[in-house]
Design a protein around this ligand. Structure first.
Ligand code: G
Ligand code: G
Ligand code: NA
Ligand code: MN
Length: 250
């Protein structure tokens, strides 16, 4: 209840900000996108905690919209500063499926900032298919029709029925940290290799998450993984820090 009050106040009083974690292309070593992750301004409460609480009420819809708008605003601001084009991904809670006008909000916000939808990626998890499957698939199809990319996040943590990959309209699979921790060693690498080759055979791009060690990066490179995200390259950065990376890359 304490936390819910804090979240409600944050929704009313502009109490959130985003941090951005780079995703690095394994072949070129260049940053290709940033994942936006939400933070509370005045409270050190992890999003693991406050997102879960927000999901128990309508607050998740409002947070979802705040995050969507702020990520698009920031991407437009970076474009206007002349920075090289990178995509930005945002996390979409399965509960947001019930935010009936979200799609229109997304369309309006992209128009407001004159943002190319191709620069936006939406991260979903497979739990999005547990309820209202028909409605969900319809929304995802519409999002894709706009030109926005869809990534399946946390792959390897849930049921991860590989069969999902054949009917959810995804462009990218994000291998969860737990899977990378477990299966990147030489003895177990076949598991990751099979997932990568399956993803590629379905024309999906694959990103490995939570990569902290150089040897993991080398292994993923050998296995044909497309991009990595993790502390090895960078922790999530506030916008000003992300801009320093941009300036170094010029
Ligand atoms: O940012 P951090 O690495 O601490 O994230 C912890 C968890 O909170 C992750 O599961 C992440 O996906 C989730 N999370 C972070 N930001 C957002 C957000 O903007 N929306 C949603 N729905 N989840 C988020
Ligand atoms: O659920 P999702 O994949 O969106 O969550 C990403 C979470 O992983 C965020 O909380 C982010 O801060 C965290 N994260 C990103 N890179 C690393 C890493 O290299 N190590 C660890 N332990 N966490 C990471
Ligand atoms: Na994510
Ligand atoms: Mn993940």
């Amino acid at each position: 209840a304490v936390t819910e009050g804090i979240i409600r106040k944050a929704v009313q009083e502009d109490g959130f900000y985003l941090v951005y974690q780079p995703q690095v292309n394994v072949k070129t070593g260049e940053i290709e996108s940033f994942e936006a992750l939400v933070r509370l301004k005045h409270h050190p409460i992890s999003p693991d905690v406050f997102i879960r609480i927000a999901e128990e009420s309508d607050l998740i819809y409002q947070i979802g919209r705040v995050v969507t708008k702020e990520a698009i605003r920031q991407a437009a601001a970076w474009r206007d500063k002349g920075y090289p084009r990178k995509s930005i991904s945002i996390n979409f809670s399965s509960k947001q499926i019930r935010d009936r006008d979200y799609l229109q909000f997304l369309v309006d916000t992209l128009a407001e900032y004159e943002m190319d939808p191709q620069c936006l990626e939406i991260e979903i998890t497979e739990s999005i298919l547990l309820e209202e499957t028909h409605l969900t698939l319809e929304l995802l199809e519409k999002i894709k029709e706009l030109g926005i990319k869809i990534a399946l996040d946390d792959f390897g943590t849930g049921f991860s029925s590989l069969n999902y990959l054949t009917y959810i309209p995804v462009d990218k699979v994000k291998l969860d940290k737990s899977l990378c921790d477990k299966f990147l060693s030489p003895d177990n690498i076949k598991v990751i290799e099979s997932i990568i080759s399956l993803a590629h055979s379905l024309n999906l791009v694959i990103t490995a998450e939570g990569i902290e060690e150089q040897w993991q990066y080398e292994q993923l490179k050998l296995s044909g993984c497309n991009s990595i995200q993790g502390y090895l390259f960078s922790k999530p950065l506030v916008a000003e820090e992300a801009e320093k990376i941009y300036e170094k890359n010029f």
